[in-house]
Design a protein around this ligand. Structure first.
Ligand code: NAP
Length: 309
């Protein structure tokens, strides 16, 4: 084990890259570790981000690139690593970030590992994943030109995916388990205005059917108890996110959803460990709140380092 960092940042999404910018400007010695090829986190998959101030309508990929380029200006270089565990070394009072290849030694840790797509866990989903079952409408939508697809979910992602797909596909079913959507009202209005979208309220997905390719999805109306088979070529799953915190089990306490318990200052139950972005307990998970978290976490880490001496 060679170098001792002031701060190791886990994740190069909006929260992690903002933390890196702030940390470098504070002249901290940092490493930023990212398991994916692409920096930018989840926004890299977003066709359009229309609520980040100053950059209306920018694509998620461009916004992620802009964050990365900005971080590079301060000498930040992301390292491709998948974290296996985080440990506290009682002797040195430092943390060990362990990956398959290396162990990084650091005085503080900023956890900005984000979240990933939740799965439906119904028959056919895993088997037909990549063969008509998708978790990213903007990545895979183009394969379904003039076809019929279903979007499962009722939050902002499902609403935005359905609007996006309705411009490409012949017909889009939205399958939602309740009788109202969760998404922003403006996004909902855009959805309701699409003539080729049919919303199936109070409806649960039961199984996805098909041999080598999705051919249909069986759905159950909760109110009537009736099951029906929708003939679709694709199923887009947009039922929320799961935090990327498996590597923290046993190291620190997580809430029942697996999120790291932390307030706006990023301070967690473990002194020296801070959380930023979608991975922490919070109400509004957006790019704008993630970047704010990144800045706050560095501020808290600096305070901790000053006290530690
Ligand atoms: P979400 O808001 O948690 O919505 C998930 C949806 O999936 C809910 O409607 C939920 O139903 C449904 N659902 C969950 N598990 C299900 C299951 N097993 N079977 C069927 N349906 C299920 O997730 P999201 O839409 O991915 O959004 C995540 C966060 O990102 C939110 O804070 C959202 O505002 C934000 N976001 C923002 C934007 C934007 O501002 N441009 C875009 C995308 C996402 P119930 O409603 O019944 O719980």
């Amino acid at each position: 084990m060679e170098e001792l960092y002031d701060c190791v940042i886990v994740g190069a999404g909006p929260a992690g890259l903002t933390a890196a910018i702030y940390a470098r400007r504070a002249r901290l010695k940092i490493a930023i570790l990212e398991k994916s090829f692409v920096a930018g986190g989840q926004i890299a998959d977003s066709s359009e981000v229309d609520n980040y101030p100053g950059l209306p309508g920018i694509s998620g990929a461009d916004l992620g690139d802009a964050f990365l380029e900005h971080a590079k200006k301060f000498g930040v270089q992301t390292v491709r690593e998948d974290i296996a565990s985080v440990e506290y070394d009682t002797q040195s009072g430092n943390f060990h970030i362990c990956t398959a290849r290396h162990t990084y030694q650091t005085k503080t840790v900023i956890l900005a590992s984000g979240a990933r797509h939740r799965h439906l866990d119904i028959p056919g989903e895993e088997e037909l994943s990549g063969m008509g079952v998708s978790y990213c409408a903007t990545c895979d939508g183009a394969f379904f030109r003039d076809r019929t697809v279903a979007v499962v979910g009722g939050g902002n992602s499902a609403v935005e995916d359905a609007v996006f797909l309705s411009r490409i596909c012949r017909k889009v079913y939205v399958i939602h388990r309740r009788d109202e959507l969760r998404g922003d009202k403006s996004a909902q209005e855009a959805l309701f205005a699409r003539e080729n979208v049919e919303i199936l309220w109070d409806t649960l997905p039961v199984r996805i059917q098909g041999e080598d390719q999705v051919e249909g999805i069986a759905v159950l109306n909760k109110k009537t108890g009736k099951e029906r088979l929708l003939m679709v070529d694709g199923v887009f799953v947009a039922v929320g996110m799961v935090p990327n915190t498996e590597f923290l089990r046993g190291f620190m306490e997580l809430d029942k959803g697996g999120y790291i318990k932390a307030g706006e200052d990023g301070i967690t139950a473990v002194p020296g460990v801070f959380a930023a972005g979608d991975v922490r307990t919070k109400k509004l998970r957006q790019v704008v709140t993630a970047v704010s978290d990144g800045a706050n976490a560095v501020y808290s880490a600096e305070e901790y380092l000053l006290k530690k001496g």
